[in-house]
Design a binder for this molecule. Structure first.
Ligand code: PRF
Length: 384
């Protein structure tokens, strides 16, 4: 699509907050513009659970969603995705897609897995069959899926993790990254548009390992860089400490993606440390359990106290559902176990997350991010 350029992805850094390290920027790919900071709804199996693509684009205003190599490889399989002409066409989503590389999902979903230098052997959580992922295989699958941003194949160490294991694992993740890069040098994208590889910083909670990993990742000159291995059970303060250290080393002129984070408060704190991109299952998973995020705190909509509360779900109205339906109605849907309840709650939560990052961006550009963030963090800590 852009033969004159080796890499089409472009990142413009528009503004950096004076009081924090928060940044407002703009990523442009062959599938459009992503205003940063951004939250990416998770659509593991070519579906953001309970939410239609039209709602994602028109109501929630998502510029980019996330898919998972592990799941898409098992179902619908790469053969089906190739026949469809890639994931964008298969699911009728013409904005951006990012795919995770599979490693992390193998660790969280597969009951048995064996990690070796060559790659990871694992058992499918669907039918128990055995499969093997290597850095090359992950790149090959991600080329067939055809996401705009693809992730390097890494090992996400658990928490806690002994220092020697974390160190060995980090070096293996670096060697795997080189194999991903080599593979992509020899194999062009399949669908005529560019795919940007984001490498992933690892190193558990050890400052010296994180520093070494960030320097190694930075030296690759990728279109964007990710921080993995956090939000795996460590205290939030530890996560912030590591994010700060890593952001200080990663290039300023490239987007930074913190994988699998997090609560609305985690997101604002990490934006303040210089992170531009986030994803998490929390807004959709918690919605399915009846938990709503709002600017004034969280709501358990299943609670009896909402039984006769006929006020709108959320007066702020992030999406149409917030003012279209009442709390009492949504509570009823959960009590009656109607799937519509989960759908409405998912649209609300995603709408809120996307509103939150748009507001953050607005305040960064306006120059009052820090005060706004501190007030939001105080407010969102409540249980309503
Ligand atoms: N690596 C990859 N995906 C991830 C993570 C990681 O470390 C995390 C950690 N929170 C979430 N998703 N590849």
């Amino acid at each position: 699509m852009h033969p004159e350029k080796e890499s089409y992805m472009n990142f413009e850094l528009l503004s950096t907050d004076a009081a924090t390290h928060a940044r407002a920027g703009r990523i442009t790919t062959d599938h459009g513009v992503i205003e940063t900071p951004i939250f990416m709804p998770v659509g593991t199996v070519a579906s953001v659970k309970g939410v239609q693509q039209r709602e994602l684009s028109e109501d929630i205003c998502a510029d980019i969603i996330l898919g998972n190599t592990y799941h898409l490889y098992l179902r619908p399989t790469t053969s089906i995705l190739e026949q469809a002409g890639g994931l964008h066409k298969f699911m009728h989503w013409d904005r951006n897609i990012l795919t995770d590389s599979g490693g992390y999902q193998v660790y969280s979903f597969s009951s048995t897995r064996k990690i070796k230098e060559e790659g990871v052997r694992f058992k499918s959580h669907i039918d128990g069959s055995y499969h093997f992922f290597s850095p090359e295989k992950s790149m090959e699958i991600q080329r067939s899926i055809g996401a705009d941003i693809i992730m390097a194949f890494d090992e996400c160490t658990p928490y806690p993790c002994e220092y020697p294991y974390a160190k060995r694992s980090m070096h293996m993740t670096h060697r795997w990254l080189d194999r991903c890069i080599n593979y992509l040098q020899e194999n062009a994208p399949k669908y005529g548009y560019n795919q940007s590889l984001f490498p992933i910083v690892q190193g558990s909670v050890y400052a010296d390992l994180r520093r070494a990993s960030a320097e190694y990742i930075a030296s690759k000159g990728a279109d964007g860089n990710a921080i993995g291995g956090l939000s795996v059970g460590e205290p939030a303060e530890k996560m912030y400490e590591i994010t700060e250290l890593v952001c200080d080393i990663l290039p300023k002129d490239k987007p930074r993606y913190l994988m699998g984070v997090g609560t609305p408060i985690n997101i604002l704190e990490n934006i303040a440390l210089g992170v531009d991109m986030f994803d998490c299952v929390m807004p959709t998973r918690n919605a399915r359990n009846g938990m709503l995020f709002t600017a004034h705190g969280t709501i358990n909509i299943k609670n009896k106290k909402w039984e006769n509360d006929f006020s709108p779900i959320d007066e702020n109205g992030y999406t149409f559902v917030d003012t279209y339906y009442t709390k009492a109605y949504l509570r009823h849907l959960f009590a009656a176990e109607e799937s519509l309840g989960k759908q409405i709650a998912s649209i609300h939560n995603l709408g809120f997350y996307l509103w939150l990052v748009r507001e953050a961006r607005k305040h960064i550009l306006q120059g009052d991010f820090s005060q706004w963030k501190n007030q939001m963090v105080r407010q969102m800590n409540n249980r309503l």
